[in-house]
Design a protein around this ligand. Structure first.
Ligand code: SF4
Length: 70
């Protein structure tokens, strides 16, 4: 699983940080930090963060742990 955030779309609302605090954090002046390759056990929380983002800035992509890449 890979997490991609469109930082041009992100408005720093921090809903993802409340929903998946192990994967997303706002630091400083609304600068979003996130784990682009989180462990599979965080998928549920991250999927909720995808739904919680009011501007739909977060997307999930398949990653090596999904068995689709060598
Ligand atoms: S919820 Fe969406 S807009 Fe808000 S900080 Fe997270 S990615 Fe950005």
């Amino acid at each position: 699983m890979r997490v991609v955030v469109d930082l041009n779309r992100c408005q720093g609302y921090a809903q993802c940080c409340y929903t998946a605090p192990d994967a997303f954090a706002i630091r400083g002046h609304e600068i979003l930090f996130y784990d682009p390759a989180p462990p599979a056990e965080r998928r549920g929380a991250i999927e909720r963060a995808v739904q919680a983002c009011p501007v739909r800035a977060i997307s999930l992509q398949a990653g090596p742990d999904d068995g689709d890449l060598p």
